[in-house]
Design a protein around this ligand. Structure first.
Ligand SMILES: C[S@@+](CC[C@H](N)C(=O)[O-])C[C@H]1O[C@@H](n2cnc3c(N)ncnc32)[C@H](O)[C@@H]1O
Length: 380
């Protein structure tokens, strides 16, 4: 086990900070945390960083804080950058991509700040290796350096997760407007109080909700790369050993595969879900049964007591109009003793009333310009 530790900022969708905190508790992370809007900061060991990268389901970004200093003007800012030791994170010749945010500060033109910092970093790469010709500009796979200036103090962070951290690497088949994995994970985490015996998504699309339900209870090494794997200090042998031993060593072995059921009226959804779920069933600790049909036709095939987890169809995309479908859905899940917990991601104001059921609001979020709610109906 390495003695290296990092001050890590874990970004999350605003209003889900408390849920990320709960996730960190489950991973046994240090209780000394600072919760801010949009994230949680804490100190982690190197191995913890690796485990959390593979295991956290709500995290939108992982950034290591690498320095901070006053920056009232460009001279101060460039001086502050010079003092940051970049060598653990960047090869001598590597020029990172710079991302700037500025609030309540004398330096506020983020485009100009980015340009000046980028120039300075090109200069650094050139002076570190004068014999190798002119330095390159950031390449497509360049590391990401985040500079956040708040009240004239600049904070430098290096990206540890990588762009599009929400992509687990399992979802290869796509449908129109799939749910983002991290949002689906929030639905599962906030909606399901207990691990169900079986799960059904009656409107499964490409199967994101089912995938994330399985990943709530099973922690495979994700088939994707993380930014920290490119750090010059990265110990790939130790990393591979940790993954081989299991991302969450106390879990896994005794896990019983979670039976997942899904249906959808669209052929394209069936194809995508098969690519995402049938192909990955063993890796995500699940079995998968699906068909192309209306949800009421499929209902009989779902075991009694199964949980229902779904991202509801809405608006103009519905052939029969929202209210009719929601009424049928409400009558089905409201049948006494038929299902366990029912959790939905809903963006339609008419849904709850049309079902005639009582729904607990687990969370109220904004996704782009849309208001969405995570709702749960629990058997009495
Ligand atoms: C919001 S999308 C689900 C997206 C999915 N969560 C994903 O990430 O890919 C809703 C899905 O419901 C399906 N659908 C609409 N009416 C249906 C019905 N009556 N029975 C079954 N599926 C239906 C649509 O074809 C669409 O794929």
């Amino acid at each position: 086990m390495s003695a290296t530790s990092y001050l890590l900022f874990i970004g999350v969708r605003p209003r889900l900070e408390f849920a990320l905190d709960a996730e960190l508790d489950e991973w046994g992370a240090s209780k000394k945390r600072t919760r801010a809007r949009g994230g949680v900061e804490l100190r982690v060991s190197r191995d913890e960083l690796w485990r959390l990268a593979h295991g956290l389901r709500l995290a939108e970004s992982l950034r290591v804080r690498i320095g901070s200093a006053p920056a009232h003007n460009f001279d101060e800012l460039l001086g502050a950058l010079k003092k940051v030791n970049l060598s653990p994170w960047l090869d001598r010749r590597q020029v990172p991509r710079v991302h700037v945010a500025a609030h309540r500060s004398s330096l506020f033109h983020t485009g100009a700040i980015e340009e000046r910092l980028q120039q300075a970093l090109v200069g650094r790469a050139a002076s570190d290796s004068p014999e190798e010709g002119p330095p390159t500009a950031p390449t497509r796979d360049a590391a990401d350096l985040h500079v956040r200036i708040v009240r004239n103090v600049a904070q430098f962070s290096i990206e540890a997760g990588g762009r599009e951290l929400f992509k687990r690497g399992f979802r290869k088949g796509t449908v129109r407007a799939p749910a983002r994995e991290t949002l689906a994970a929030a639905v599962v985490r906030l909606g399901l109080k207990e691990r169900p015996e079986a799960v059904w998504d009656p409107f499964m699309g490409g199967g994101t909700m089912l995938l994330e339900t399985a990943l709530r209870y099973h922690f495979p090494a994700l088939p994707r790369r993380f930014a920290f794997e490119r750090w010059p200090t990265h110990d790939d042998v130790a990393y591979r050993e940790l993954l081989a031993a299991g991302v969450r060593s106390e879990a896994s072995a005794a896990d019983v595969p979670l039976p997942l059921y899904g249906c959808d009226v669209a052929e394209s959804a069936l194809r995508a879900a098969a690519q995402n779920l049938t192909a990955n069933a063993a890796a995500i600790g699940a079995t998968f049964t699906a068909d192309r049909c209306d949800f009421l036709e499929f209902c009989e095939r779902v075991p009694r007591g199964a949980a229902v987890v779904t991202n509801l169809p809405w608006g103009g995309r519905l052939r029969e109009g929202g209210r009719g479908l929601y009424r049928r859905f409400g009558a089905m899940v409201g049948e006494a003793g038929r299902f366990g917990e029912v959790v939905v991601l809903n963006s339609s104001p008419s849904f709850a009333e049309a079902t005639g059921l009582r729904w607990d609001i687990c969370s109220d979020l904004r996704v782009g310009s849309k208001r969405v709610q995570i709702l749960a109906h629990r058997p009495s």
